[in-house]
Design a protein around this ligand. Structure first.
Ligand SMILES: Cc1ncc(COP(=O)(O)O)c(C=O)c1O
Length: 339
């Protein structure tokens, strides 16, 4: 087995702690792993992937990196920060429409001096080639391309390491974890966790909550997860096999569409903030934690299970989504006016 090189970007291990009040409300022991505290430019799951992707970019002698995503992409914000730390010029292809105000992640992208290229998602492939051509003409070489979400056979190593980290933490604390629940979107976090579970004999079952059902135009997220695991197996000689049953991706919570805030996300954000003092984000962790609360209510897990919610960050988007999130009532709760 071959292990790729990485650079340092974050602060690890990230903490794990119990959700005390929610564990009293539900017949479960609930824990949270705080990858919102990885430290790079407000943190998030992309820090772990970028440690490998930036190392690969430097190894290939790149002078610029380019990636793509939604206007409020957390991945784009963290890529811009990581690139600057290692002397690379960050280029971001962001999907139109260009908002009138630069807020949330977009405001942060600007601080990092990211070069932003507004593009129609429908013509992404063609526009990406054009933009890469322009950068090539300027630098005399191709920029290093990081796919959406950093989800390829290099980026997923961040979450192989993360499972090793979790295993060590739980062995030291003696706390058994039965289920891990988290937001799965472009699939790299999920793929890395699945490989890590196999390599490090983690007992916990890994359950991704699908965030975007139209993530890829030509394949499902599950297919993408399989593809990048298989690439990684070949490229790095990983001593693992892969079966369909290894990938648990719950898809029923993505119907509203990517980035559409419904009562599910609002309820999750207000609940975790008011019960535990922890912030979720409106797009990913809000949806995934909302799904977890729903599953807890439906007794999806055996009672008494130890369930860990893996917080993957994203909070800068709270500010850009303020109009969707502001509410006088916590949805689904019979509460008095908040303001
Ligand atoms: C905050 C947050 N959580 C979860 C995810 C999903 O991770 P992945 O794309 O690796 O599936 C993302 C992806 O952008 C994210 O920004």
């Amino acid at each position: 087995m071959r292990h790729p090189e990485k650079v340092e970007l974050g602060f690890f291990p990230t903490p794990i702690h119990r959700l005390e009040k929610l564990s009293k409300k539900y017949p479960y022991n609930l824990f949270i792993k705080r990858d919102d505290l990885t430290g790079l430019a407000f943190g998030g799951n992309k820090t772990r992937k970028l440690e490998y992707l930036i190392a690969d970019a430097l190894d290939k002698g790149a002078r610029a990196v380019i990636t793509e995503g939604a206007a409020q992409s957390n991945h784009a914000r963290q890529t811009a920060a990581a690139a600057r730390k290692y002397g690379l010029e960050p280029h971001l292809i962001l999907f139109k429409p260009e908002p009138r105000e630069f807020d949330g992640n977009l405001l942060l992208d600007m601080f990092f001096g990211a070069k932003i290229h507004w593009t129609d998602k429908d013509s992404l492939y063609k526009e990406r080639l054009n933009i890469m051509g322009v950068i090539r003409d300027c630098h005399g070489q191709d920029p290093y391309f990081i796919p959406m979400g950093g989800s390829n056979e290099i980026g997923l190593w961040g979450y192989i390491d993360a499972i090793d980290e979790l295993k060590t933490q739980t062995e030291l604390s003696g706390q058994k974890i039965d289920y891990i629940v988290f937001a799965s979107s472009s699939g790299g976090t999920h793929a890395g966790m699945i490989i890590g579970k196999k390599l490090y004999d983690l007992e916990a079952q890994i359950i991704g909550i699908e965030i975007d059902k139209n993530m890829y135009p030509d394949k499902t997220v599950k297919q993408h997860i399989k593809t990048i695991i298989n690439y990684a197996r070949q490229e790095f000689d990983l001593p693992i096999d892969l079966n369909d049953q290894d990938i648990t991706l719950i898809s029923g919570y993505s119907e509203a569409g990517y980035g559409v805030v419904t009562d599910l996300e609002k309820n999750a954000i207000y609940t975790l903030a008011q019960e535990e003092g922890i912030l979720l984000d409106p797009v990913y962790t809000g949806r995934a934690f909302g799904a977890l609360l729903d599953l807890l209510g439906k007794v999806y897990f055996p009672k008494g299970s130890n369930i860990l919610f893996w917080h993957t960050g994203g909070q800068p988007a709270l500010f850009a989504y303020r109009n969707d999130l502001f509410t006088k009532h916590i949805p689904g709760k019979d509460n008095k006016d908040l303001v």
